[in-house]
Structure formats: structure tokens, C-alpha cells
Design a protein around this ligand. Structure first.
Ligand code: SAM
Length: 245
């Protein structure tokens, strides 16, 4: 079976890039690191390329889009990391766990190959309050099924710190919550192509017609126009930091 991102990731590097504000939060956790493993690395966003590192990524299509300054990549999966115990100072993973076939095994592997820290950026599936969920009510159900809960992750990793990742209004990385202040963007199929949730949900076209209609009648602005005064919003994205040593 082809990796999911071999099917949906063809244009990933055009719409999904490191956002500098999110990158600063991730890199702040890597300051003492001498070596880094980036799991589910995709095209290499958020890699601290000034450090020595390696990436693991299953999708050939994603690997082909990696720029030459990114870490060298091994084609593989979180669940079977081809490295001895404690090979890397820090192991990181950004927005990848919900795609793994076995999150428990994957997290155990991350912990096994890390010496000091595991840093994961994820989304809390129980978060609600993002206006787009009102158009896509199945998002929460799907995420609760596919996206591991924060409690289940910390149970496997052990004591972890959870830091919120507020999303800037002009976020450069086009994930689900990135366009919270740019609703028109979700109507663009090229934007939706780089958000895996749209491939995982059914009847998103109907939802997008409703959004389009609410934008043209002004209903969206009536309900959510107050968001324009914010520059960052908490949409349930967070960093989980597990210190092993
Ligand atoms: C949303 S992308 C995130 C990519 C990158 N970390 C980023 O922030 O742009 C999810 C990535 O997880 C990868 N992935 C899927 N299943 C995986 C697995 N079992 N182990 C490791 N990575 C996996 C996908 O191929 C994809 O590149």
C-alpha cells in the first residue's frame, strides 16, 4: 500500500513551510542539543539545520521535495526506527503522530532512541472553539479517533511539559488552523490539498459551499469578524516536551 503522503503530498512544499514563530518555539527546546532525529519529517519543515541531524520519513513523494539543506533522510516509519538505543540527543516530530499506524509503538521507539528529550508538536483533539469546525462537525469525531489524546501521549512518554502553540494570523505553514483569520483561503482547493483533514473527511465540498455562501452574505463576518482584532489564537496546537535526562 502506498504511504498516504504519496497520494496527498504532491504539492506539500508549496503550501506547507516552516512558520518562523512556531519554529522559534520548537527550536527553543533544542538549544542544548548536539544531535537531532526528526521523525515524520516530510519535506523538512522546522528542522534545526545548523545542528547535526537525521530525518525519518515514509513517503517517497515527500522525500523528493526536501531541499538540499535539510537533514539526510532515511525512508522509514516511527514504529520501526533503525537506530540503536539513545542514538540522538533530541528526537522531534511535528504534526505527524495522527498518521502513524501504531502511536504507542511509535512513541516507545522515539523514547528508545532519544538520550535527553522528545519534542512533539501536535493538536489536542478535544479542543473545540475553532469556527471552521462548525462547518466540518465531523472533524472532532475524526480527530478523537485518529489523533492521540494529550493524556495518552504523556502516559507513554512519562512526565511531559505541555506548552501551547498560538497560531499567528498570517501563519506561513498551511495546516488546518493556519487560516483562522483568512477564511477565504479554505475555499481554494490548492490550500485544502495540503491539509490532510480534507482528504480524511467526507463531504467537505458541501461545507465549503456553506462557507462561501456565509462569506458572501456577511454571515461569517457577523459571527466571527471579531477575530480580526487578534494576531495570535489558541486553537489547541501544542508542544509536548518529555525530558529523559
Ligand atoms: C502533516 S505531515 C508533517 C510533515 C512535517 N513534520 C512538517 O511539519 O511539515 C505528516 C508526515 O508524517 C509522515 N508519516 C506518516 N506515517 C508515518 C509513520 N508511520 N512514521 C513516520 N512518519 C509518518 C507523512 O508521510 C508526512 O510526511
Amino acid at each position: 500500500m502506498p504511504a498516504r503522503y504519496d497520494l496527498i503530498g504532491q504539492q506539500y512544499s508549496t503550501g506547507r513551510k516552516s512558520d518562523p514563530r512556531i519554529e522559534a518555539l520548537i527550536h527553543a527546546q533544542l538549544k542544548q542539543a548536539t544531535s537531532v532525529l526528526n521523525v515524520g519529517a516530510g519535506t523538512g519543515s522546522y528542522e534545526p539545520v545548523s545542528l547535526s541531524g537525521v530525518s525519518v520519513e515514509p513517503s517517497t513523494i515527500m522525500i523528493r521535495q526536501r531541499a538540499s539543506d535539510r537533514f539526510p533522510v532515511v525512508q522509514g516509519q516511527a514504529e520501526y526506527l533503525p537506530f540503536p538505543n539513545q542514538s540522538f540527543d533530541v528526537v522531534m516530530g511535528v504534526m505527524t503522530m495522527h498518521h502513524w499506524s501504531d502511536v504507542t509503538q511509535g512513541l516507545r521507539e522515539l523514547k528508545r532512541v532519544a538520550r535527553s528529550t522528545v519534542v512533539l508538536m501536535t493538536h489536542d483533539p478535544s479542543h473545540d472553539g475553532f469556527w471552521l469546525d462548525q462547518y466540518l462537525p465531523d472533524r472532532r469525531l475524526l480527530d478523537q479517533h485518529e489523533m492521540p489524546s494529550i493524556q495518552s501521549i504523556t502516559k507513554i512518554l512519562g512526565t511531559s511539559e505541555v506548552l501551547p502553540v498560538p497560531i499567528p494570523f498570517d501563519c506561513h505553514d498551511g495546516f488546518y488552523g493556519a487560516y483562522w483569520r483568512r477564511p477565504q483561503a479554505y475555499l481554494d482547493p490548492n490550500v485544502r490539498r495540503n491539509i490532510s483533514l480534507f482528504a480524511r473527511l467526507r463531504d467537505t465540498e458541501g461545507a465549503m459551499s456553506r462557507l462561501s455562501n456565509d462569506l458572501s452574505t456577511g454571515l461569517w463576518h457577523q459571527q466571527f469578524g471579531h477575530l480580526e482584532k487578534f494576531t495570535f489564537l489558541d486553537l489547541g496546537y501544542c508542544l509536548l516536551i518529555c525530558r529523559l535526562a
